[in-house]
Design a protein around this ligand. Structure first.
Ligand SMILES: N[C@@H](CCC(=O)N[C@@H](CS)C(=O)NCC(=O)O)C(=O)O
Length: 237
C-alpha cells in the first residue's frame, strides 16, 4: 500500500530534522532564536520513513511545514523565511547594506569552508588530503580577514560575533559547521593553528563554542563523530 499521508503538527510548525545534520541545525537554531513553538519529526537518514518523499521529494533534511501547510526546504531558505515571518525577533537587520554584507560573509563561508570540510573528510589519499586541508586553511584565513573588516564596521562593534557581542543570524547559519571541526580533528587530525593569521577566526570560533545558542543543540561529540563516519573515504555510505 502506498503512503498518502505524513505526520505533522496541525496548526503549528513541524520541522523534519536530524540532530547531527548541520543544515537542519540551522533551522532549529533559527526557530529557537525567534522563540517559535514547533514539533520535531526526527528523520533517520539511514532508514528514512516511507512517507518522507511527501515532505521533501529530494529526501533531505531540513524541511519545515508551516501552519498553513506550506512545506519549505533548503536550510538557508528556511532561516530567511523565519527571519522575515517574525521580524520582531530581529534576526536580520532592516538595513539593506548590512543585509548585503551579512550575505556576502555567508557566501564566503558557504564556498570556502563548508565544501572544504567535506573534501578533507573524503580525501582518498595523502596528496588529496594535504591539498584539501590547505584549501580549508586558506578559506579559514580569508574568513578571518573578513571578520576583521566586519569588526571594524559600525555593525561589527569589535566582535567577537559577526554582529558585535551578540550571537546572531550569521552564527545561526554557520555554527553547526564550526562544530564539524570536531569530527575533522578526530578523523583527519585537522586543527586550526593557534597563530596570529588565524587569531580572528579562532576568536570567533571560541565565542561560538561557548554560546548558549550553540550549546543548546550541539550534538554529543561521539554521536557527531559516528554520524560523520559515512563521509570518510573508503567507508560505505
Ligand atoms: N542544501 C541542503 C542540504 C541538506 C542536506 O544535505 N542534508 C543532508 C543531511 S546533513 C541530507 O538530508 N542528506 C540525505 C541523505 O543523507 O540521504 C540544505 O541547505 O538544506
Amino acid at each position: 500500500m502506498s503512503t498518502t499521508t505524513y505526520p505533522y503538527n496541525e496548526g503549528g510548525y513541524t520541522l523534519y530534522s536530524n540532530p547531527c545534520c548541520p543544515y537542519a541545525q540551522r533551522a532549529v537554531r533559527a526557530l529557537n532564536a525567534a522563540n517559535i513553538p514547533y514539533s520535531i519529526e526526527t528523520i533517520d537518514l539511514k532508514n528514512k520513513p516511507s512517507w518522507f518523499h511527501l515532505v521533501n521529494p529530494q529526501l533531505k533534511v531540513p524541511a519545515l511545514r508551516t501552519p498553513d501547510g506550506t512545506i519549505l526546504i533548503e536550510s538557508l531558505v528556511i532561516t530567511e523565511y523565519i527571519a522575515d515571518q517574525f521580524p520582531e525577533a530581529h534576526l536580520l537587520s532592516s538595513d539593506a547594506i548590512e543585509r548585503a554584507q551579512l550575505r556576502l560573509f555567508i557566501e564566503l563561508f558557504k564556498t570556502r569552508f563548508i565544501p572544504n570540510i567535506y573534501n578533507v573528510l573524503k580525501s582518498a589519499n595523502e596528496k588529496e588530503g594535504k591539498q584539501s586541508k590547505q584549501a580549508l586553511l586558506d578559506g579559514i584565513r580569508d574568513i578571518g580577514k573578513e571578520l576583521d573588516i566586519q569588526w571594524s564596521r559600525k555593525s561589527g562593534k569589535g566582535g567577537p560575533f559577526w554582529n558585535g557581542d551578540k550571537w546572531g543570524y550569521v552564527e545561526i547559519v554557520t555554527s553547526s559547521f564550526i562544530g564539524n571541526l570536531v569530527p575533522l580533528k578526530h578523523y583527519c587530525a585537522f586543527t586550526v593553528p593557534d597563530t596570529e593569521e588565524f587569531a580572528s577566526f579562532n576568536r570567533w570560533r571560541k565565542a561560538i563554542e561557548a554560546a548558549p545558542g550553540f550549546l543548546e543543540i550541539k550534538p554529543d561529540d561521539k554521536l557527531l563523530i559516528n554520524a560523520f563516519e559515512r563521509y570518510i573515504a573508503g567507508v560505505s555510505k
